[in-house]
Design a protein around this ligand. Structure first.
Ligand code: SAM
Length: 272
């Protein structure tokens, strides 16, 4: 995403230069902020984790709901700013940290207790989602602002244009709901891409059963590494073609023609 660095005046009078390397596009459109918060529907019973609070556009209304709030912000200046804004508020804790290195287990050890939200930095949005899914059992739901194109890939079904590794892995772990789009004019600086809000709700019961989820990851990654090849060829490195041929799957197909169920069959044949 190409954009100019912009200088923004913060609530405390200080100026902040938006940092491209941290994917900083700040929400300023009050109506849109309200719409997003309504979609999250926070309450005082919730334990919310906000990724990248930035200037606090979402943090303030989330705090006002009475929810318990952990904010994870990589930018030292912004982490300090948010910390000052919510000083003496015991239900707000700010962690100056990289979400990709942050361990959710330090926030909760109970299943399905965390609600994760954030207007995610687009340059790392997919790795962030994969990182969080490592602790899927701790998460009740996730509501994110992402690039529309990424949400379309997450929600795509077998045979559709955007179907791929991201669709399969996201849908293995979560129900995916594309809620609404957000125009570039809602941000400062304006991103060059269309944004949207997605809700990801980890399944209570997985849509397919596999012996070893790590093996499923490897099979899907290997198949899509060579998207133009047939399965017979792309999976050679992890499964002898003769064993693959024995499965009830057409191995002359390309990876985008197989469903999650098909990948589960291959994964179980390898890990048996
Ligand atoms: N929530 C604010 C808003 O909606 O206006 C800011 C959103 S901005 C798109 C992304 C935020 O994530 C920035 O505050 C940025 O500094 C922060 N960020 C970027 N990379 C991060 C990382 N690896 N870990 C935690 N926060 C990160």
């Amino acid at each position: 995403m190409k954009q100019e660095n912009s200088v923004i005046r913060l609530a405390n009078g200080l100026k902040h230069q938006a940092r491209k390397r941290f994917g900083q596009n700040f929400l300023h459109d009050q109506q849109m902020i309200e719409k997003i918060v309504k979609a999250i529907s926070p309450s005082q019973e919730n334990h919310i984790v906000e990724i990248g609070p930035g200037h606090g556009a979402l943090t303030k209304p989330l705090f006002e709901s009475g929810a318990d709030l952990d904010c994870i912000e990589i930018d030292k200046d912004l982490a300090k700013f948010i910390d000052n804004q919510f000083a003496n508020q015991p239900n707000v804790r700010v962690h100056q940290s990289d979400i990709l290195k942050f361990d959710l287990n330090i926030l909760s050890d109970k299943d399905r207790t965390l609600r994760i939200v954030g207007n995610l930095p687009y340059n790392i949005s997919t790795p962030v989602v994969f990182h969080l899914l490592k602790n899927h059992e701790l998460i009740d739901d996730m509501t994110f602002m992402l690039q529309l194109e990424v949400i379309q890939r997450m929600a795509s079904s077998v045979g559709q244009k955007n179907y791929g590794r991201l669709s399969l892995m996201t849908q293995y772990y979560c129900q995916v709901e594309h809620l609404f789009n957000v125009p570039s004019s809602s941000f400062t600086p304006k991103p060059k891409v269309v944004s949207a809000i997605v809700r990801l709700t980890p399944h209570q019961k997985f849509p397919v059963k596999v012996r070893d989820p790590k093996c499923l990851h490897v099979v899907i990654r290997t198949a899509f590494n060579q998207r133009r090849k047939t399965l017979k060829n792309s999976l050679k490195a992890i499964m002898p073609p003769i064993a693959l041929e024995k499965l009830p799957i057409d191995t002359s197909l390309r990876p985008e023609s197989l469903s999650l169920k098909d990948y589960a069959v291959i994964s179980d044949a390898i890990s048996s």
